[in-house]
Design a protein around this ligand. Structure first.
Ligand SMILES: [Zn+2]
Length: 476
């Protein structure tokens, strides 16, 4: 049968990442993510019929985000007992993200089942439970960056930095089957160059086959230093006005980036210290995991931290673990900042703070992440004058600030540069993890620059990799 690559997700969409490599003697899955968002993508949140779990030798994970790990617990019900390989920092972050996902699903299912019960319809079970996540996590094995690991007979894998979140990686597989060897590179999600805290993506200089993300294949994001300057100016101004700054955040990544930027501002005395409240148990846990992996942070952070621990600059940072702690923040006067979930204001503690403060004109709401269609966050960004929170009408007198430049994804120029390192090999290229508007312009640019014609796989596409391709044919 030769070497086969099947696209079980993120093919024409940005979620559900899952790629299967099969040879005559082995099968490995690269990521197994949840489909998220609209257009009934969630209907695909199952194990595809053509994926034979009993024959899987291993799963290789690029990073912890739910759209790359969210279907892994489904394997538990199929008695999958083989290793799941990931970098050391990815393991606790995956645990955190999957536990949160199981918790949200339990709540959603309970709510939906109450309705089903009243309608006389059969009840449904959640996609997976916390117990299944716990069982899954026991199969994880940590791999170091840079060192090849034999993950299945005839398949060596090497993880390198992808600069997208703590522990994130791109993968290079060396796959041998029936006399043919293919070097297959998976980009994973690639981060922007020069992002604070994280190392930049490393990439590879040789590949026969490349599977590459194309989220922002159509554009460059605003330069990060510009966004950091905007953030600083805004915080300075808000503190001078003694404002309350509410920041809806996703727990992992953006929260730690903002805390780092605030620490820098305090250290450089750009702004006097003021209280910061981390009002999200999940964000507190994620921040702890980041802080336990300081060795993975970039050189700039290391230098700063060596002079004086960055944590010392954050002595006005407080965690508010319980709901009571959170409510105790209501009467406190500004200046202060509250970081709370959910990131799109679709639930969580941020809703309480918005209800208490949106109608006051000395409140600032700082939007630092993508706001999905139909979310309360999107309504605020679009300038709604009144919103409904917990069934109550709330006037929006607060100032809403939107900072678009904190993306965790590489822009077009950076994607081209990352591929450019391997372009001399003229590899066979598949563009994934992008919608048409991202991957089509990127495909055109790569063809113009490098003469490589990208393939744009669909969900379920099977690629046969039996033929030698490219110009870097030496064995790996
Ligand atoms: Zn990601």
């Amino acid at each position: 049968m030769g070497i086969k690559l099947t696209f079980h997700g993120a093919a024409g969409t940005v979620t559900g990442s899952a790629y299967l490599i099969q040879t005559s003697r082995a099968a490995v899955l690269i990521d197994f993510g949840l489909f998220q968002g609209f257009n009934n993508h969630e209907d695909h949140n199952h194990i595809p019929a053509t994926l034979d779990v009993a024959k899987l030798d291993a799963v290789l994970v690029t990073h912890a985000h739910l759209d790359h790990t969210g279907r892994l617990p489904l394997l538990v019900r199929r008695d999958f007992r083989r290793p799941i390989y990931a970098t050391e920092a990815t393991i606790p972050l995956t645990d955190l993200i999957l536990r949160d996902s199981a918790h949200l699903q339990a709540m959603d299912t309970e709510r939906a089942n109450r309705k089903r019960q009243r309608a006389g319809e059969p009840l449904q079970a959640p996609l997976y439970t916390a117990a299944e996540v716990a069982a899954l996590m026991r199969q994880f094995q940590a791999v170091p960056y840079g060192k090849p690991v034999e993950v299945a007979p005839g398949i060596l894998a090497r993880w390198v930095e992808a600069g997208h979140m703590l522990g994130s990686a791109s993968l290079q597989l060396c796959v041998q089957d029936q006399g043919i060897t293919q070097r297959i590179v998976f980009s994973g999600d690639l981060g922007p160059k020069g992002a604070p805290i994280l190392h930049d993506a490393v990439g590879f200089d040789k590949a026969d086959i490349v599977v590459m993300e194309s989220t922002y294949g159509d554009r460059d994001n605003k330069p990060l230093p510009e966004t950091v300057r905007e953030f600083e100016a805004l915080v300075k101004n808000a503190v001078a006005q003694r404002s309350k700054i509410l920041v809806p955040v996703f727990a992992v990544g953006r929260t730690q980036l903002l805390l780092y930027l605030l620490a820098l501002m305090f250290r450089r005395r750009v702004v006097p210290k003021f209280p910061i409240y981390l009002d999200s148990p999940m964000a507190v846990e994620a921040t702890k995991i980041y802080w336990e992996h300081l060795d993975l942070f970039d050189a700039e952070f290391q230098a700063l931290n060596a002079r004086r621990p960055v944590l010392a600059d954050l002595d006005t940072l407080k965690a508010t673990p319980t709901a009571q702690d959170s409510m105790a923040l209501n009467p406190l006067p500004g200046p202060l900042m509250i970081l709370a979930g959910a990131g799109m204001c679709t639930g969580g503690r941020i809703l309480h703070h918005l209800k208490q403060n949106l109608w006051r004109d000395n409140t600032r709401v700082l939007i630092v992440g993508y706001q999905g269609e139909g979310s309360l966050g999107r309504r605020l960004v679009e300038g709604a004058e009144q919103v409904s929170i917990f069934g109550e009408k709330i006037a929006v007198r607060a100032t809403i600030h939107t900072l678009n430049g904190f993306s965790a994804h590489a822009g077009q120029t950076e994607l081209l540069r990352w591929f450019g390192q391997m372009a001399h090999c003229r590899p066979r290229l598949f563009l994934t993890h992008g919608e048409a508007r991202g991957r089509e312009p990127l495909a055109r640019l790569i063809q113009q620059r490098h003469g490589v014609i990208a393939e744009l796989p669909e969900l379920g596409t099977v690629a046969h990799l039996n033929q030698p391709v490219g110009q870097c044919r030496e064995s790996c």
